[in-house]
Design a protein around this ligand. Structure first.
Ligand SMILES: CC(C)(COP(=O)(O)OP(=O)(O)OC[C@H]1O[C@@H](n2cnc3c(N)ncnc32)[C@H](O)[C@@H]1OP(=O)(O)O)[C@@H](O)C(=O)NCCC(=O)NCCS
Length: 212
């Protein structure tokens, strides 16, 4: 599976993607709203192996793709959809970007492509996401994509020595069809009136990565 958007390539994971992923997982900015890990390298290696193994599932329930900068081939994040209940045609999305390229609209662009795939190719009826309520960047990505807040759970997760509120956001297939597509997404190329997100500054045009 491979999806091309205006600025990004979403492709299947390879076993050798783990060092690029680990490099940004080690950035304290990245981990702020995630539980602390005792052994990040083992965790990331196992995760990438799980993403690769899932590619052979029949039927496939998890599609987690690497987000790649087309110019350099560098992996800069991941996004995906997991189908929790095929009968109910429901799935949940997840996304993450290297902090070096936050605020460029890449998470929104990549996740928009995943939503389009989920509704148009997989025929899902409802797509939802859970996020930490304080994670403003993630909340904003979901809102820009047209997901609605359905729940706010108080003190729902315990990590980093405190309780965190979490929220559930969701969008239905007919709401997706009515929502203006995001610039950079495959839908935007159809000429349907679209909304522009992300800034075209130099940092966003030159995807950087320090793998050391
Ligand atoms: C959440 C995450 C994926 C967003 O990635 P991104 O590429 O920066 O997202 P985008 O650029 O598409 O959109 C981010 C939006 O949030 C806004 N934003 C980010 N931080 C913000 C803050 N502290 N306060 C207000 N707005 C904020 C940005 O301005 C942007 O909105 P805009 O386009 O209206 O200006 C990224 O922060 C990340 O990888 N975090 C760690 C992993 C994670 O939390 N994943 C989500 C799990 S639910």
């Amino acid at each position: 599976m491979r999806i091309e958007t205006e600025r990004l390539i979403l492709r299947e994971f390879h076993e050798n993607d783990w060092p690029a992923m680990l490099a940004y997982w080690k950035n304290p900015l990245y981990g702020r709203y995630n539980p602390e890990l005792a052994d990040p390298e083992s965790f990331v290696r196992d995760l990438v192996t799980r993403f690769v193994t899932a590619q052979a599932e029949q039927p496939r329930s998890a599609r987690q793709l690497a987000i790649v900068d087309p110019a350099s081939g560098q992996m800069i994040g991941t996004c995906g959809i997991r189908i929790n209940d095929p009968v109910q045609r429901e799935g949940n999305i997840g996304y993450e970007l290297d902090p070096d390229v936050w605020g460029c609209g890449y998470a929104t662009e990549a996740t928009s492509a995943i939503l389009r795939f989920s509704f148009e190719e997989l025929g899902l009826h409802r797509v939802w996401a859970e996020c930490v309520a304080d994670n403003t960047g993630s909340v904003r990505v979901l809102e820009k994509l047209g997901l609605r807040r359905e729940a706010h759970f108080r003190e729902h997760r315990w990590f980093r020595d405190r309780w965190w509120d979490t929220r559930i956001y969701a969008i239905l297939d007919h709401e997706w069809r009515e929502h203006p597509p995001v610039v950079g997404s495959p839908l935007a190329a159809t000429g349907v009136e679209s909304r522009t997100f992300g800034r075209a500054d130099q940092r966003c045009q030159t995807i950087r990565h320090d793998s050391n």
